[in-house]
Design a protein around this ligand. Structure first.
Ligand code: 5CU
Length: 363
């Protein structure tokens, strides 16, 4: 039975060099109060000088950029194949005139990394979303010809105005035409004011546990409200972290749409596809939710045939030193075995068979 990890990141060496050359977020640097460790500063507000050294970014070691370490991690966790993706914030911060060339370079690098381990690595490409739309569409067309690429990873900002922006339509059309799935992943979270004045005392818990999933939920709901899937009925999107809170909130979202006088009057809801249809037709969910409670909601919402195992490596390493198996990974394995207790076939599908079918892999 193959085990396939569809949510596993890398910052290829070219990207790390780019981060090392920068002085504003995102960047990599060493701080005088923790001199032995380079820190990766990526999240908005993470370099606040009042933050304690341990809440200022995270230590960055070779597990973030060395592909041999990815393979070692896969071997240690019985993962046969990984579909690697550039981690956040992707190329969102680049000036328009640099984004196209950088995307080509990074995508070629990532495809080249996959070629070094035949049958073990595939990838989601990265789009130059700050460049003109034609440049983005060209890169989608080019990615469709790269051997190991199976879709694109994207954040929720789109071209700067979110994923309900009609200016994205040519990009959605190109992705749909070339059957490239979007792996939708959060980065920006929620405005830091919602975390309150004591937020710095709580490390990354509030933005990662709540900001990330809510960001995804809001982005997908805006896509739904702007009827992206009514215009692009074959556009497929894999949602990180089991859809944020979408499976749990889908009924409430649908009910609010059905009770909204403004939407009804504007005629925007006429003939629309509902959220349950889209969850079972266009949306795939990863199984990176660390508990069978959330996983069962994901299974109920989209079906066990649309759920795919993931780890989020190299994020969430154990805090203790010299731990063999990562707790974050065993939590996701356990959630699958507990959610499908006594029913091995769907568990195997989630662990690997679904990814082979959906992403057309040849492990
Ligand atoms: O720990 C983190 O900040 C993150 C992140 O930025 N991106 C991600 O995918 N997982 C964890």
């Amino acid at each position: 039975m193959p085990v396939i990890d569809v949510h596993t990141h890398i910052y290829p060496p070219t990207y790390v060099d780019l981060l090392r050359s920068r002085t504003t977020v995102p960047y990599v640097r060493t701080f005088p109060d923790v001199p032995d460790s380079s820190r990766l500063i990526i999240l908005p507000g993470e370099d606040d000088p009042s933050a304690l050294s341990t809440s200022r970014g995270r230590p960055i070691g070779p597990e973030y950029f060395d592909i041999a370490q990815k393979i070692a991690f896969m071997d240690a966790h019985k993962i046969d194949v990984s579909v690697i993706s550039l981690a956040n914030p992707w190329l969102d911060f680049l000036p328009a005139n640099e984004a196209g060339d950088t995307a080509r370079k990074i995508n070629d690098d990532v495809d080249g990394l996959c070629a070094r381990y035949p049958g073990r690595l595939y990838a989601f490409g990265t789009l130059p979303l700050s460049a003109p739309v034609e440049t983005v569409v060209k890169e989608i067309e080019r990615l469709a010809g790269l051997k190991h690429i199976r879709g694109v990873i994207m954040g929720t900002s789109g071209l700067g105005n979110g994923l309900d922006d009609p200016a994205l339509d040519p990009i959605y059309a190109a992705l749909e035409k070339h059957e490239q799935l979007i792996f939708l992943h959060p980065h920006y979270g929620l405005p830091s004011s919602v975390y309150g004045p004591r937020a710095n005392e709580y490390g990354h818990v509030l933005p990662l546990a709540l900001g990330f999933p809510l960001e995804t939920t809001i982005a997908v709901t805006r896509m739904l409200l702007s009827q992206v899937w009514d215009r692009f009925t074959k556009l497929n999107v894999l949602l990180a972290h089991s859809g944020g809170t979408l499976p749990f909130l889908a009924g409430r979202i649908e009910s609010c749409i059905n009770h909204d006088g403004h939407l009804k009057k504007a005629g925007n809801t006429e003939g629309r596809r509902d959220i349950w249809d889209i969850l079972k037709t266009n949306i795939y969910l990863d199984a990176v939710i660390y508990s069978n409670v959330g996983l069962k909601a994901a299974i109920d919402a989209s079906g066990a045939d649309r759920l795919l195992f993931g780890t989020d490596h190299p994020f969430f390493p154990p805090l203790e030193e010299h731990v063999g198996e990562w707790h974050s990974v065993s939590a996701n394995y356990s959630a699958i075995s507990s959610a499908f207790k006594g029913n091995e076939e769907p568990a195997k599908d989630v662990l690997g068979n679904n990814a082979i079918r959906i992403l057309k892999l040849h492990p």
